[in-house]
Design a protein around this ligand. Sequence first.
Ligand code: NAD
Length: 405
Amino acid sequence: MSREKLKVVCVLYDDPVEGYPKTYARDSIPKLEKYPDGQTMPSPENIDFTPGQLLGSVSGELGLRKFLEERGHTFIVTSSKDGDNSVLDKEIIDADVVISQPFFPAYLTADRVAKSPKLKLAITAGIGSDHVDLQSAIDRKITVAEVTFCNSISVSEHVVMMILSLVRNYIPMYNWVVKGGWNIADCISRSYDLEGMQVGSVASGRIGLAVLRRLHPFDVTLHYFDRHRLPNSVEKELNLTFHDSVESMVRVCDVVTINCPLHPETEHLFDEKMIGLMKRGSYIVNTARGKICDKDAIANALETGQLAGYAGDVWFPQPPPQDHPWRSMPNHAMTPHTSGTSLSAQARYAAGVREILECYLDNKPIRDEYLIVDGGALAGTGKHSYSEGSATSGSEEAAKFKKIN
Ligand code: NAD
């Protein structure tokens, strides 16, 4: 039996400054059959969008409007999510379902959860549900679901790009070309080969393992730490060294890539003390979550040279204020949380959100691997990859961001 008429509130990032695209750089995207571990692709009964088009911005609406409105549900889409009088704060009061993307998170803090007594389902259009106060969701028996695996490979590609960009010093080289220069010595005075380096991953889940696999052909020595050890066959295949602590791993690495979720165990894991254990001139690539690193400790380590470079795709809060130190620190290669929202990834997570909604609206079970919290406890992937508690404190700072066009 289908559910009564519901109110679904969806927070998406703004359309491009030049307006919603009328044409695209490519005519199609590859059709993938399954994920690398055999998990099946999102499988909704139907979709109302063209894969490869922009779905994650306000006008894209994740391709959900027709489907929800035809069934009689109310669908609100907004990019107004922070500060006093945001549309989110106004609409969440009687919302049944909230959909948000981690790139532009609708922070569902304890306060917001308390103010939305009807809220029953929080869907993450992507991976990483730390923007939801998971403890409040547990206490209130709100289901939290995400589209597991939808953009894990997208992120792993971004990680490899960032490692090479930092170690080879790509961005300054590009900037010299744009400035009209031919300054070879300036460009290469911080440029090295990755070959032969020690590279370690914090976590070996869907993204971490994909990063390790992609780096293996670069003739580096690979290390990892995770609370779940990989099968012996995988360790052998990739010649991986397992460490029983992050501390043990970072001491031997030249490059560290962070691929674990943000939860109370990992918040500020990379602080001054942890970075102090690393070799001078190491690199950190963090596409997981900004809050896993202490922002001032990272900026200081780049200033002193303890770190030779930092690249990340994730910040806290999001969007970060204009004076966030990671915008101006030396030797960084930051992106504005784009790794998991390529047009290719959007097609998968829009279909995955539709699948989750179809299940929820028709009272069918949501796939176990999509669940983070269910029935008042961590569940599915949440049970495997998270710990109880909340990591949303400080998210109100996102209101300080001023949009530039
Ligand atoms: P996953 O669930 O497959 O893997 C997470 C891994 O982290 C698991 O193996 C788990 O055991 C491990 N882990 C959890 N706590 C740990 C701890 N304290 N120490 C070491 N390992 C720990 O998830 P995934 O698809 O690999 O994604 C991982 C994270 O990456 C997400 O939770 C999200 O925060 C982030 N992410 C970012 C983007 C982006 O666009 N930048 C996109 C997708 C995911």
